[in-house]
Ligand binder design. Structure first.
Ligand code: FAD
Length: 453
């Protein structure tokens, strides 16, 4: 029976196992190796200790592309019967002032600035339609995708205020300064605010339920607390993994190895053979564009004040532009307020060295008047530092074909695949696309191999 190893028990690894199990036409044996004692990676919905209230420490929102095209993530969530809640947020707070629409913008900055934004918006839509947005990252994206650095686009905007407004609006999604990413990725993160392009939702009761639902349905063997340290060559064209777990260090050979790891973890893996190490070096050099997140979440005594009932989040111009999640707005009749700050980019990287207490003080100081919270009301604070955990330039400056992306050493080591959100758009939807592609390739190879025998 073909032996398949999946390295990484995050969403990428679990999605790959799920699709492989759906597609396999003959028996296969899948083992998932996860370094920590829990699977789910950056989809994590912890609970506070002071009250039975949960919050999102990693991925907070899922992207709904169903108005434009196929949406495998939405379909998966629905097929598992998981209830969802739509997420919305139109407010950007600049200098303590809420801007929710063009009238607010005109009041704040005047007619000329308003026209500048209108021109930028028209241009953005003309270079990336909802269909092109949907296809971005795929082999069908075509050469029409805008190229170059995103900061050059912003620098061309006549109005300084509009530049600041746009940077505030999208900084926490980009998680990087505009100079470190492409026009295409910058525009995607601007256009995603328009429901004609996509919508946001989350899983009621916590996104980690998606992980639980997957794990409950998988037949694969799960090896938790097992770090894969090295990939090398085994006997008879197999790949050999060096594993470190409770029982010590050991080696095991597999016909197929799927590395379902983010860039930082992939960079820590050793590759034993010279040609494999060189191929992985090229893969890393193309895709390694680290971006940073930091999340500060506060449990409040009593419900928070929210600007409107349907706001799930808003943007603040603090920390270079950050997102404030009104997490308790997702729960009907929440008895406790939960506020979550998502910092991105340079602020997230440098402030990761701060103490939790200093981060909480800094976060509370950013709240605009309508949302101000007396520090006495904070029952519990949680901080999650995600330095280097996501990609600022998914796909790299020049996106590769699907096969080149997923098979970094196709000629010399055809049994080695990679799965990652950094190959598409740094999201769960992207890592699912990646997993689907790899599962399809592996299933097709196993079928061909079985026919030859
Ligand atoms: C703060 C934050 C907010 C985010 N918000 C969103 C959002 O709103 N929407 C969205 O779609 N996406 C969001 N993302 C991105 C999303 O979390 C990722 O797309 C997704 O988690 C990628 O899955 P993955 O399996 O590739 O990586 P991970 O989730 O990182 O999982 C990798 C797994 O591999 C394990 N591992 C690492 N090294 C080894 C090793 N050597 N051996 C064995 N196991 C190993 C890790 O322990 C981990 O469990 C966010 C990410 C962060 C950090």
């Amino acid at each position: 029976m073909p032996q398949i190893a999946i390295v990484g028990g995050g969403p990428g690894g679990l999605f790959t196992a799920w699709h492989l199990e759906q597609l396999a036409t003959a028996p296969i044996e899948i083992t998932i190796f996860e370094a920590t004692d829990r699977v789910g990676g950056k989809v994590i919905t912890p609970r506070f200790t002071a009250a039975p209230v949960h919050y999102e420490a990693g991925a907070a929102e899922l992207y709904d592309y169903s108005p434009v095209g196929d949406d495998p993530l939405r379909e998966l969530v629905e097929s598992f019967g998981l209830p969802t809640v739509a997420l919305g947020g139109s407010r950007v707070y600049v200098g303590g002032r809420a801007i929710a629409n063009l009238d607010d913008l005109r009041d704040a900055y005047g007619d000329r600035a308003c026209r500048d934004l209108g021109n930028f918006d028209t241009w953005a839509r003309s270079v990336m339609t909802p269909r092109e947005f949907f296809a971005s990252g795929s082999d069908h994206a075509g050469s029409a995708e805008p190229s170059g650095r995103f900061d050059t686009t912003l620098a061309a905007l006549p109005s300084r205020e509009i530049r600041h407004y746009l940077e505030t609006m999208i900084h926490s999604d980009l998680a990087t300064p505009p100079a470190a990413t492409s026009v295409a990725y910058g525009l995607q993160n601007y256009l995603m605010n328009d429901p004609a392009y996509m919508r946001l939702y989350c899983i009621a009761g916590g996104n980690e339920q998606l992980i639980d639902a997957l794990v409950a349905r998988l037949a694969a063997t799960m090896r938790r607390s097992t770090v894969v340290e090295q990939v090398g060559e085994g006997s008879a064209d197999q790949l050999r993994l060096t594993l470190l777990g409770h029982e010590g260090r050991r080696e095991a050979d597999f016909d197929i190895v799927v590395l379902a790891l983010p860039m930082d973890a992939l960079g820590r893996l050793a590759f034993a053979s010279g040609s494999l190490a060189a191929a992985m070096q090229r893969h890393l050099a193309h895709h390694d564009h680290p971006a940073h997140y930091l999340r500060i979440t506060l449990l409040l005594d009593g419900p928070p004040h929210t600007p409107t009932d349907d706001d799930g989040y808003l943007m603040l111009d603090a920390f270079g532009g950050c997102c404030l999640y009104l997490e308790s707005a997702r729960e009907p009749e929440a008895r406790h307020g939960v506020l979550g700050w998502l910092l991105g980019g340079a602020a997230a990287e440098s402030m990761a060295a701060w103490s939790d207490a200093d981060l909480v003080t800094a976060a509370l100081a950013t709240l605009p008047d309508p949302l101000a919270v007396d520090p006495e009301r904070v029952l519990e604070a949680r901080v999650h530092r995600w330095t280097g955990a996501v990609s600022s330039l998914p796909g790299g400056w020049q996106p590769l074909s699907q096969d080149q992306r997923h098979r970094p050493a196709a000629k010399t080591h055809p049994g080695l695949f990679v799965v990652g959100d950094y190959l598409y758009d740094s999201t769960l939807n992207g890592v699912l696309d990646s997993a689907e592609h790899v599962a399809g390739c592996v299933a097709a190879e196993l079928t061909d191999h079985a026919r030859e025998i």
